[in-house]
Design a protein around this ligand. Structure first.
Ligand code: 16G
Ligand code: ZN
Length: 501
């Protein structure tokens, strides 16, 4: 009864926006920040219930990533540090769209009973809150706190302004019984980076690799954190541009999404940077794209061929980190990535235990052997890479360690395979759900006949490949085309876009 009245009074302060249907989407709720208060409040409730249900620490992140600065969003990190379990997404939608406090209370009561959640406050749980640098983050955070506060036994801990992967890392670390402050995060990244550099084979050309790296911070939180992290490292000279301190706008003409989609260099990069190794983060630093001026590097169909040729098993999933992460978790070493710069590496517990045993069991003679070093390297990688979520900061240091290890310049790296020319377009539509795909979004099942028409267009171009899919974050259909030459990729994308229109 206490719980019921607590809800009714708090939820009346957060009426949902009129005439909008919200959906948890590919990576949480996203919309113009001005209509999100009630959604964030309700996600606060959801996170609290999730924490009570799992009896673990849960994360709540307020960010709209690479979207424009006036947008914002909210998503939940599960106990593993990964995304909210997909079987709770429908409840998230239901909560967000409940029209009045009374209805909201009923929905929650029903769900609590179904999930067998105890609301007597006897087993308190914590929810870690964080936000990116968007100005709207401040009042939305307040709404999240109110939501959490309306559930007896749930305690909100404000971790301040963080990158999305930092929050995921903290949730995972906490639940693993480890220290999980920002300092611990910085320490783990810098010490495992140092370890990898120390383990670089002597006699490689590591010394020939330029220490200079220029990073575009997208005028967001990533640049800010990198400024701190870079002071803890030796052997890398990082220059951060577009850190947000120069007055630039978040994600405007800057950031990984802009660089990868538009294939142009971000603001403040130009001819003076030719030959330099450059990288770009997105607004919440979970995407990383390396590039050289004037041309950008990004993964495409040719990368699949290259990986297969290395003897690796390659699998596809639908778009979205949550699908990739889940799939990668099935392997001893699962590496996943999206062409837009998301991705990370997951190591199975079992494999890591085995590896640790290998490094300690070895006789003194075997210590220092190549095998021993290889095991130590893999362990260092498992520490450096963020296993909770793809992390641009940890990604930068991982890439830099590899380049040092291999003695590679960015040009040499770029040469390991040649990208096929590609083009991405988006087509604004009234109803994006008209396009339904199958086979990890490689085939369009509806509207009827469209796949046949795409096939016919594709067949006109040597090495042509073309896919369409509804966006999970905007009201558009995405068109992706590849062909042997740029003109053909452009034409293919154009003609398929017309089919969709
Ligand atoms: C979100 C997803 C990303 C996906 C993108 C696709 C996360 C952290 N991010 O940004 O994985 O590639 O959506 O958006 O899950 P789209 O469907 O609009 O192209
Ligand atoms: Zn992002």
């Amino acid at each position: 009864e206490d719980q019921r009245s607590l809800f009714l009074s708090s939820s009346s302060h957060f009426p949902p926006p009129q005439g909008v249907k919200l959906s948890y989407g590919t990576s949480g709720f996203r919309a113009d920040a001005s209509i999100l208060q009630s959604t964030v409040y309700r996600v606060g409730i959801l996170a609290a219930l999730r924490a009570l249900k799992t009896q673990s620490v849960i994360g709540l992140m307020i960010t709209a990533s690479h979207n424009k600065v006036s947008d914002n969003g909210v998503k939940v990190a599960d106990p593993s540090g990964g995304m909210l379990s997909q079987d709770w997404e429908p409840f998230a939608d239901t909560l967000a769209n409940a029209h009045d406090p009374q209805h909201l209370v009923e929905l929650i009561a029903e769900f609590v009973q179904k999930e067998n959640i105890t609301l007597d406050g006897t087993k308190p749980v914590e929810i870690l809150l964080a936000r990116d640098t968007r100005p709207s983050g401040e009042f939305l955070l307040e709404a999240a706190k109110q939501g959490i506060g309306s559930i007896i036994g749930a305690v909100a801990l404000d971790m301040g302004i963080l990158t999305t992967p930092q929050l995921h890392w903290m949730v995972r670390a906490r639940n693993g019984g480890m220290k999980a402050s920002e300092t611990d995060y910085f320490k783990q990244l810098s010490s495992s980076f140092r370890c990898l550099v120390d383990l670089s084979p002597s006699g490689t050309h590591a010394n020939n690799v330029d220490d200079k790296l220029v990073v575009d911070g997208a005028n967001g939180v990533g640049g800010e954190k990198l400024e701190i992290l870079k002071t803890m490292l030796n052997g890398l000279a990082i220059e951060v541009r577009n850190s947000g301190k120069e007055g630039g706008v978040l994600n405007e003409g800057v950031g990984a999404d802009y660089v990868q989609k538009e294939k142009v260099v971000p603001f403040s990069f130009g001819s003076q940077d030719v030959g330099l190794r450059c990288a770009s983060l997105d607004g919440d630093a979970d995407r990383l794209v390396y590039f050289i001026v004037p041309s950008t590097t990004y993964a495409n169909g040719a990368s699949t061929d290259y990986l297969k040729q290395l003897g690796l098993e390659v699998t596809f999933t639908p778009t979205g980190v949550k699908y990739l992460h889940e799939k990668a978790a099935e392997y001893d070493i699962g590496i996943y990535f999206e062409a837009n710069g998301h991705g990370t590496i997951l190591f199975s517990e079992q494999f890591l235990c085995w590896l640790k045993a290998r490094t300690t069991e070895l006789s003194d003679v075997a210590k220092g052997s190549e095998q021993h070093k290889a095991a130590l390297r893999l362990l260092a990688v498992s520490e450096l890479i963020n296993q909770a979520a793809g992390d641009a900061l940890s990604g930068v240091f991982f890439v830099e360690a590899i380049l040092k290890h291999m003695g590679w310049s960015i040009e040499r790296w770029n040469e390991i395979y040649e990208d096929l020319p590609s083009r991405q377009l988006k087509v604004k539509v009234v109803d994006r759900s008209a396009v339904v795909t199958a086979n990890a979004e490689t085939v369009a099942v509806t509207p009827p006949g469209i796949q046949e028409a795409i096939n016919a267009e594709t067949a006109k171009h040597p090495r042509g490949r073309c896919f369409i899919r509804p966006s999970g974050t905007e009201d558009v259909i995405r068109v992706y085309a590849e062909a042997s030459v740029q003109d053909a990729a452009d034409n293919l994308a154009q003609s398929v876009a017309k089919l969709v229109d």
